[in-house]
Ligand binder design. Sequence first.
Ligand code: ADP
Ligand code: MG
Length: 570
Amino acid sequence: MLKRFFTYYRPHRGLFVLDFSCAVTSGLLELGFPIAVKVFIDTLLPTGQWGLIALASAGLLAIYILNAGLMATVTYWGHMLGINIETEMRAKAFDHLQKLSFGFFDNQKTGHLVARLTKDLEEIGEVAHHGPEDLFIAVMTLIGAFILMFSVNVKLALITALVVPLVAWLTTRYGGRMTRNWQALYGRVGDFNARIEENVGGIRVVQAFANEDHERRLFVRDNQSYRRTKLEAYRIMAASTSLSYLSMRLIQMTVMVAGSYFVITGELSAGGFIGFLLLVGVFFRPIEKINSVIETYPKGIAGFKRYASFLDTRPDIADRPGARDVGKLRGDIQYRDVHFGYAAGRDVLDGLNLTIQAGETVAFVGPSGAGKTTICSLLPRFYEVDSGSIAIDGIDIRNMTLRSLRGQIGIVQQDVFLFAGTIRENIAYGRLEATEAEIRDAARRARLDEVIASLPAGLDTLIGERGVKLSGGQKQRLAIARIFLKNPPILILDEATSALDTETERAIQQALAELSKGRTTLVIAHRLATIVNADRIAVIDRGVIVEQGDHQELLASDGMYRRLSEAQFG
Ligand code: ADP
Ligand code: MG
């Protein structure tokens, strides 16, 4: 895991070396200071020469200024290193997110995914900067301070050394428990974000059912469980902070008492005594550093583990090796003995066979849950068939690149997703490089031009989250305009008009009729009136075609279609 973490440093080697060497130099200067004081007191002071003393002081000041510069470098460039790594990781994660299939998102909570790309990566960035540097300097300072202590007075150094294991034991003792606690905490944050997301998304339903109290109870439970986990983390932190403080002071007092004794017996000079005490101070700092690393490191590593496991989820639908880009296809479609289920063991499609000629319009009807949407979702490979095959123009869709396959298919659904932005941007989503004239033409053909003309800013009107709200029918026409721009040979209309009133529906029917002209069209309609003119109607029940033919034929055959039709037309 750590090795993988360090691969992210590779592009920033220069920055890392700069940061690291500045930090090391600064650490060495800090180490040298107590010795300078010792020399100052023991050697310079007794000479009584003011000139020399002033010179030495000026020298020290110069070193401090240098050190200040080094610290600024470490803080700025060091954090730049962290931020660069964080940015890169986030870009990689987002890129990966785009590749994951519908099946993945069906089973994910949005809150968890969002936390992964924001909070987790922030923690990782912190560790990326502070982790290696702090650890190295801490170890270097610890060892350096020790060697210097021995050089000042061996006995005093040995006495100090006796107390050190206590400190080491205390700091490591809490490390593991803190890691586990932070990990648990992040799980809670994810649950939490997911709960809020869901609540905001469903707030209209919550209020319509007046179920605010119920939601509050659910939320309070998560909120309290988060509080408990966090409190536990801080309880451990509190114990470890105060214990390490106490043990440090213990070292200091030991040195005070033993040092005084050695000064009185004449084994230690006054400068040596002060220098030693200062060294003990230098010795403390890395312990504090190690403590702070122990605090941030688990968070970063916990985050990195989640990040790595996210990157390791292989998209279950991806280009096969040797998949090729298909140019514009004609649109002959063939489903051959297709079996498919969303979960293992529960087949939604149970041996579906269906051939559609290029340019033909085939309508799917049947009870809700029969598998109509599923049939259409398999064509752009949103989900992968379990067995059997689907081919377009005789080419298995699994041998096409996803990009070129999906470029052949336009989909209009009941729910239209609008991105926050202008109408122009939302139409242009169909083909990002479309020109102004093409966008206007698409809008006109989708019968959207009158709507646009009536809006204050026309095509530049903001829609979506904070802009103008479009009605269901207007959204539908916007979706149609997108497809006009995309201009694919195959069209899927999944209950595109089901949510509309009959008046609007007629306008949209005209737009749809124009859209499907010359394209192979798969249409799912709840209302049979909208599909009576289809070239062929396939009645789907429990994942297989139970009847097919045109409207008249199916009515004559006295089967499921006839029953459905009688239920709707009376
Ligand atoms: P239809 O469009 O004919 O109403 P669907 O194709 O949407 O039916 O659904 C067929 C079956 O598959 C239903 O039992 C439905 O519950 C199930 N199903 C649909 N989508 C998913 C999904 N994303 N995950 C799991 N099961 C699903
Ligand atoms: Mg459906």
